[in-house]
Ligand binder design. Sequence first.
Ligand SMILES: [Zn+2]
Length: 192
Amino acid sequence: MDAFFEDISANNVPTPPTTQTTGPQPAQTTEISHIKALHKITDVGFNKILALLQKACSPSKGYNFPSSYYEIKKTYKKIGLGYESIHACINDCFLFWGSEDNLKMPNCPICKASRWKDPKKTKGKKVANKVVRYFPLTPRLQRMFNTKHIAKWMTWHATGQSKENGKMNHPCDGKAWKYFDMMKPEFFIVTL
Ligand SMILES: [Zn+2]
């Protein structure tokens, strides 16, 4: 999986087809997911496009597109790039999150708006009025430190401080940064 992540990070440009047949190509997956987000393509529509691409661009020609958006999301989750869906009040005053009581609430405790869409319009299905995507920071940072060429830049503030006495090139050369390093030595050591 590390190689997969490194490939994603290193390829911001379209990747030519290769003979890889073991799974979807990271760069293609990233690009097509970006298009989905930019143009607000629905999951159903996106899956249809993927099906067409799979048919038109077969692995024998060097392409390997994922079969569904669900498959892409599973892959992103595996490499620490997933997200949590949290229901929110339609008027933005409350998150149905945290305690068991909050998770069960059918109405916003502040403005009393319903948490759910009108069941008549959703064929009786419980569909939240508003969903917030939360991208947890810890697994993302772990992935960055796990990848050699990114970890180098993540620790730059500790290794790249100015060597010229009194010259400030970056906030890490400043008094505030140095004071923080002194107050939190465990953080400083971890980053080295
Ligand atoms: Zn509310």
